[in-house]
Design a protein around this ligand. Sequence first.
Ligand code: G3P
Length: 284
Amino acid sequence: MRPENLKTRIFLDSGDPDETRQGLEALKFLDGQTTNPSLVAKNPAAAGKKFSAAEVLNFYESVVKEVSFYLPQGSVSVEVYADQDTPAEEMLEQGKQFASWISNAHIKFPTTQEGLKAAQQAVRDDLRVNMTLVFSQEQAAAVYAATKGAKKGDVFISPFVGRLDDIGQNGMDLIKNIVEMYKNGDGHVEVLTASVRSIGHITQAIALGSDILTAPLKVLKDWAAAGMPVKDQQQDVQPLALKPILYQQLDLNQPWQNFNIQHELTDKGLAKFAQDWNNLIEQA
Ligand code: G3P
């Protein structure tokens, strides 16, 4: 059962509806689920298979529909296919198609120039969005500015804490900085802590006031087995010293194009998602 004093919503990060069932069984609640191309490619029903371009979309649709069936009150994030050449219009078109699959979708767009353009139009068209592959406070400021006018609940931002830890930077500092910066705003963007690798990430995200967090089944099961702690007990703090990420003073009222949104982990992450997706498709 959900701990009484838990305000952060808990999502499962997975492309497998069987894990949705297991997550519900372990926690007795789940507030939503996030998927991405790499996670869908890891679904056991896809392992070792090759699909046509149409079949792979049908497969994603069936996964998303099953997840949504288990979590009718929750949110289910569905990610568009994008590589460095995908124009905003194409992402938006996919977003509209994916949003028609289920009534509780948040469409994931990458936090790139084209992804932000797509998201700006998507919120005007009443789609819910989840801006992914976020690694910097400037990207968070750009997400805020590009989606201004959307209502609370319709925009999530997904900073990837584990991948920042991987390069020696303290990913949780980015959550702290974005939560702090958004206090100067109108509250329309909800912070979704992603790339969670440990119970420590979960308890720190809760302590920092992250609106949502998403974690793999194994981490959620570990958290459940530990009694679902909501206080940061530093029980599995990274043994390596991580470099702090410093707070930047940024003006949220600027146009999103004014922010420097370039980040090498965004580019790398985009390329890897595209590669994992393309590997599922039989090349002619
Ligand atoms: O939610 C984002 C996540 O799927 C990425 O996690 O562990 O690949 O960095 P990871």
